[in-house]
Design a protein around this ligand. Structure first.
Ligand code: ZN
Length: 192
């Protein structure tokens, strides 16, 4: 496995719409290697997800995985999930404010609206169909990564620019607000 270079905002590939992966290609060593590298790169960078665009590749593939983070122990974990050709459907009109960051936008965070109950469909790395719901704040990870495949960055979605902050200011001032928001969203939706 190898760690891939993560491109940053301003790089044109982050604005490209990624292309469907033909099902016949999923089992090829090249695609399997790419998925392994995406996982390795995500873990190395301590992200909750990574999409192919972020390593300058335009295939519709992303990886989501929220590991325990001692800095934010209240944040729910989510197991490693590889999504190929994902389709996301919003299952409620409701939205919650999600504090997000992005490996391609270093050091910045902001609140963006996300749907708290979604249906995720696609294909896994073995070519098997996936169809499941994600509820609560982890739904934000899937929306964030799926947006990457459509050339959309979380900064495009900010409704209140005054929520923009650096990682340092986030840790200094907004962790309490972040935790309270997560607790509320999880209580409201994750068991729903
Ligand atoms: Zn991102």
């Amino acid at each position: 496995m190898s760690i891939l270079d993560i491109i940053e905002i301003g790089h044109p590939t982050l604005r490209r719409t990624a292309l469907e992966v033909p099902l016949s290609e999923i089992s090829t060593p090249e695609v399997q290697q790419f998925i392994d590298d995406l996982i390795e790169t995500k873990r190395h960078a301590n992200g909750a997800g990574i999409a192919a665009n972020q390593v300058d590749d335009t295939r519709r593939i992303f990886v989501a995985e929220a590991l325990h983070n001692p800095r934010y122990p209240f944040r729910p974990e989510y197991p490693l999930t590889v999504m190929i050709n994902p389709v996301i459907t919003y299952l409620t009109e409701e939205r919650f404010g999600n504090f997000e960051g992005c490996l391609s936008i270093p050091n910045l965070r902001a609140i963006v609206p996300r749907c708290p109950v979604i249906r995720v469909q696609g294909v896994d790395r073995n070519g098997n169909a996936l169809d499941f719901d994600v509820k609560g704040v982890c739904a934000g990870i899937f929306q964030h990564e799926a947006d990457h495949l459509n050339g959309i960055l979380f900064t495009d979605l900010i409704e209140d620019p005054t929520t923009l902050c650096t990682a340092g200011e986030f840790d200094r001032r907004y962790v309490g607000q972040f935790e309270a928001g997560i607790v509320e969203v999880e209580a409201r939706y994750s068991g729903a």
